[in-house]
Design a protein around this ligand. Structure first.
Ligand code: PLP
Length: 431
């Protein structure tokens, strides 16, 4: 029976399906259930959302348009030219002259693995700062690479403490690497990358820095601060689709890789092999893996946008929109628990008012306003929201939408907030 309608041609196919089903089954619901079970799956049409969670964030329309440009072969001279431009654009974003600067063909987690897999050799002592989810993942990477991890722990919501790192370096003079997260997406706290890098260098250690949420959103100067290895993600402050991880390695980091006694245990992430394709100091390019061609067009466009806006202007835009959102939230009586001295502008942690159901609010925002904000992670689950203002999503329009939507949903749910004042307070910050 199920084969019969499928065998019919496309012309008036749906009417024929309905006709047959209604003829055979009693009642429209059973007919529709049957229809669903035999219909081919249609193209996916996602709803249009405003993405103000911890990432992915809104994609710039020019990036989406770039993705649909004609695919080239991965060794096509035109594509190689684009790769060279991409390296220059990434060097600008990272503020570095490092030759070994390129995107890993995989998400931020792969950039993280790339840095640890290349730099940590079995037996190496690595100090890992753990003050949120992503520090914990760094620790996992050190252990999987056979390193000896020394954990420096700070409370969630606090930055990595330079004093504790200094003590750990004194207690472990053989430390080869210090690893920390610049912008902890789980908690909304910024660590002092410049101070931590200096400390590590004073003790002869290299640093690995997670800049997944910081690149493009807050000040980050790889060469000036002396950062040795850094990775980021395409989906946060770069206004790009998820799935690529820009990385950069200093000359000192490249030396450590060159002088390894053991092979990098991951063939795919071995930088010396990858650079045969991405080009290290010129020379012919060789196939390593089939690059995600169209995704790289997207990142190239995102970086052109960053270059055109200017890096410092992008940092300023993120700071201004944060100030406006904060003014609105505080006028409503909501609390931002992270210390302003280390608060990230691109990831705003907000305390959920007493008696308010976290999930119910986020569902209402999504269904009524097509607006996504993030839930708390780990220790913050059910207690805070994480409101992202990253990349293209860091805009006045989004700040006002978010405040208006939160105001209406929280007021309806009886939250102890001051209504109808948030958007006005935010607007005042722009004038
Ligand atoms: N590091 C940080 C600070 C992050 O916020 C994330 C993702 O949110 C990652 C690493 C992992 O990146 P991805 O999810 O792209 O693998």
């Amino acid at each position: 029976m199920a084969c019969l309608p499928l065998a019919l041609g496309n012309t008036r196919r749906h009417q024929l399906y309905y006709g047959l089903i209604y003829a055979v089954f009693p009642g429209p619901q059973r007919g529709l259930n049957f229809l669903e079970s035999i219909m081919p799956i249609a193209s996916f049409t996602p709803p249009v959302r405003t993405l103000m969670g911890p990432g992915p964030s809104d994609i710039h329309p020019r990036v989406l348009a770039a993705l649909s440009k004609p695919t080239l072969g991965h060794l096509d001279p035109a594509f190689i030219g684009m790769m060279d431009e991409m390296k220059t654009l990434l060097q600008y974003a990272f503020q570095t002259k490092n030759e070994m600067t390129m995107p890993v063909s995989a998400p931020g987690s792969a950039g993280m693995e790339c840095c640890f897999a290349n730099l940590v050799e079995p037996g190496d002592t690595v100090i890992v700062c753990k003050n949120g989810v992503f520090g914990m993942r760094m620790l996992e990477n050190v252990e999987r690479c056979g390193g000896k991890a020394v954990v420096v722990e700070d409370e969630w919501g606090s930055p990595a403490s330079p004093d504790k790192v200094a003590d750990a370096l004194k207690a472990n003079p053989d430390t080869k690497i210090v690893a920390f997260v610049h912008a902890e997406t789980a908690t909304g706290a910024r660590s002092d990358a410049q101070a931590l890098t200096k400390l590590a260098h004073d003790h002869g250690a290299l640093v690995i820095v997670d800049a997944v949420t910081s690149l493009g959103g807050i000040e980050l100067k790889v060469d000036e601060w002396g950062i040795d290895a850094i990775y980021s993600g395409s989906q946060k402050c770069l206004s790009c689709t998820p799935g690529l991880s820009p990385v950069s390695f200093s000359a000192a980091a490249q030396d450590k890789i060159k002088n390894r006694k053991t092979k990098v245990q991951s063939w795919f992430l071995d930088q010396t092999l990858v650079m045969g394709y991405w080009g290290n100091g010129g020379g012919k390019r060789a196939y390593h893996h089939t690059a995600p061609i169209n995704a790289l067009y997207g990142l190239h466009e995102a970086l052109v946008l960053l270059q055109d806006e200017g890096l410092e202007n992008s940092w300023k835009r993120h700071a201004l929109n944060h100030q406006a959102l904060k003014a609105g939230l505080e006028a409503m009586g909501l609390e931002l628990p992270v210390d302003p001295a280390c608060r990230l502008p691109q990831l705003n942690v907000v305390k959920i008012p007493e008696g308010i159901d976290d999930g119910a609010v986020r569902t209402a925002l999504l269904t009524e306003y097509s607006l996504e904000i993030g839930a708390g992670l780990g220790a913050g689950a059910g207690k805070v929201w994480r409101i992202g203002l990253m990349g293209h999503a860091s805009s006045k329009k989004n700040v006002i939408l978010c405040l208006t939507a939160l105001d209406s949903v929280l007021t309806r749910m009886g939250a102890p907030i001051k209504s109808s004042v948030g958007a006005q307070a935010a607007l005042a910050m722009y004038s």
